[in-house]
Design a protein around this ligand. Structure first.
Ligand SMILES: C[S@@+](CC[C@H](N)C(=O)[O-])C[C@H]1O[C@@H](n2cnc3c(N)ncnc32)[C@H](O)[C@@H]1O
Length: 443
């Protein structure tokens, strides 16, 4: 069994005999059209592939694993504010009785703890049992919330003992109730609900919330505007394409500097060709970016919802990294801090658009106006010799405010250069740097 999708049902049923009763006699195919069959299969796969035991309530949502796995795999790609010894916490809003994201997450993330919350008292009890069943109480904590409570009550979860404590990386995830009413579900009559009589009977909390997913996520955004960097990334699934535009608009209106929208692969393998499409929306208040190429994998049609952070420059002639550094960066008055990752990759930090004429003038004025005994002066001489120290002095020189501080990753290939805007807030600086490098290599 190479992937979740390639399930060898025969092999699985030898190991989990309870699956045998779900095979259709004539065709010997596994019958996915019953709630019991889905539950038994989900339990078998969680045990077989992830060594997870789980009790699933027949009256509640049975979690489909593929898109939950995809969500978690993607979360792993999100860049963190790198403090190596800090712990990663993931808050799962609406963890459900299956507590599926934290359980799977414990298999995916090495040094990560989970907080699962829910408003459903009975689901909370079942979730606690499922955590105990796997001896994961030391990594997963479950909290009952009330519908009007904050989603991200950090002090209640023991995550924020000090109000200024931003040392931990915290990511929030959520599979929200998507609908505003049972009538909306009926009206939409999606593939999922047309066959719902065969699937898990749903409880209202799981699918319905006042105002639907849009209001649910807007509430998250509003809370994030208070908490800002105390949480590293805020994310949620979105089930309705038309909400993406509205949510991105809301993020922009609130000047949230960094956001993305990513599509999950449609999970159709499990549902007799009935396709369910979900998206992930995410935002943060720091400057770390998730690369466009990761976002656009399987989601090329989402460009209009995303901020550009990668730029590709075709090369007319061969260039290598040394040549690029020699020709451009070393000649700048105020050098960035350079980290050569390997022969073809370079990371540079700049306090602002140091390649621009305006910046050069500011720099020269600053240098000329300094007192000879000023420490900065000595530093500047060092700076001329040592290209690696440029960014260290950004605070001393105060040539740019932090909003202009930027990190680029430059990747040289045979026929092209890719510039990835790894960190920053000022898009104009990224644009201007791409123009600077393009003019240079175009000669
Ligand atoms: C679609 S279910 C997701 C369950 C589980 N995470 C999964 O993926 O299978 C949504 C869950 O959110 C919970 N929920 C609804 N409103 C909530 C709120 N305000 N705070 C926390 N959880 C909530 C529901 O009780 C339900 O368990």
């Amino acid at each position: 069994m190479s992937s979740y999708y390639d399930i060898d049902f025969t092999e699985l049923s030898l190991r989990y005999p309870e699956l045998s009763r779900h095979f259709i006699a004539d065709t010997n195919k596994y019958d996915l059209n019953s709630n019991d069959a889905i539950i038994d299969l989900t339990k078998a796969i969680l045990d077989y592939k992830f060594n997870l035991k789980i009790n699933l309530n027949k009256n509640k949502l049975c979690p489909r694993i593929p898109n939950r796995l995809e969500y978690l795999k993607f979360i792993k790609e999100l860049p963190l504010q790198s403090k190596q010894n800090d712990e990663l916490y993931i808050i799962d809003v609406g963890t459900g009785h299956s507590v599926i994201y934290p359980l799977l997450g414990c298999r995916f993330f090495q040094n990560c703890k989970f907080i699962g919350t829910d408003i459903d008292q009975s689901s909370i009890q079942e979730a606690i049992e499922n955590v105990k069943l796997n001896n994961l109480d030391n990594r997963i904590k479950i909290y009952l919330n009330l519908a009007n409570d904050d989603f991200f009550n950090l002090s209640k979860y023991g995550l924020m003992t000090n109000v200024n404590d931003v040392n931990n990386n915290i990511i929030t995830i959520c599979n929200p109730p998507f609908y505003s009413s049972l009538q909306e579900i009926e009206a939409k009559k999606t593939a999922k609900f047309q066959i719902k009589k065969y699937y898990s009977p749903i409880t209202q909390n799981e699918f319905v919330t006042i105002g639907g997913e849009y209001h649910f996520i807007v509430k998250m955004i509003n809370e994030s505007l208070q908490l800002k960097n105390k949480i590293t990334w805020y994310t949620s699934l979105v089930g309705n394409f038309s909400n993406l535009e509205l949510l991105v608009k809301y993020l922009k209106q609130n000047n949230i500097p960094n956001y993305f929208v990513k599509a999950l692969l449609p999970s159709n393998k499990f549902k007799n060709n009935k396709v369910t499409q979900r998206w992930i929306i995410g935002w943060c208040f720091h400057g770390l970016k998730i690369r466009n190429s990761i976002i656009y994998k399987n989601s090329p049609n989402l460009k209009k919802f995303n901020q550009i952070n990668e730029f590709n420059i075709p090369l007319n002639s061969y260039w290598d990294l040394n040549q690029l550094i020699e020709t451009s960066l070393n000649k700048l008055n105020y050098k960035g801090e350079l980290y050569r990752i390997d022969d073809s990759k370079l990371e540079i930090q700049f306090p602002g658009n140091v390649w621009s004429r305006t910046f050069r003038r500011k720099f020269e004025t600053h240098v000329n106006n300094r007192h000879p005994n000023d420490n900065d002066h000595n530093d500047n001489n060092d700076d001329d010799k040592d290209v690696h120290r440029g960014a260290v002095k950004r605070t001393k020189l105060q040539l740019a405010n932090d909003q202009d501080f930027t990190i680029f990753l430059i990747e040289m290939r045979k026929n092209s250069i890719t510039i990835f805007w790894k960190y920053g807030f000022n898009y104009k600086i990224f644009e201007s740097f791409c123009g600077f490098i393009k003019r240079l290599v175009d000669g």
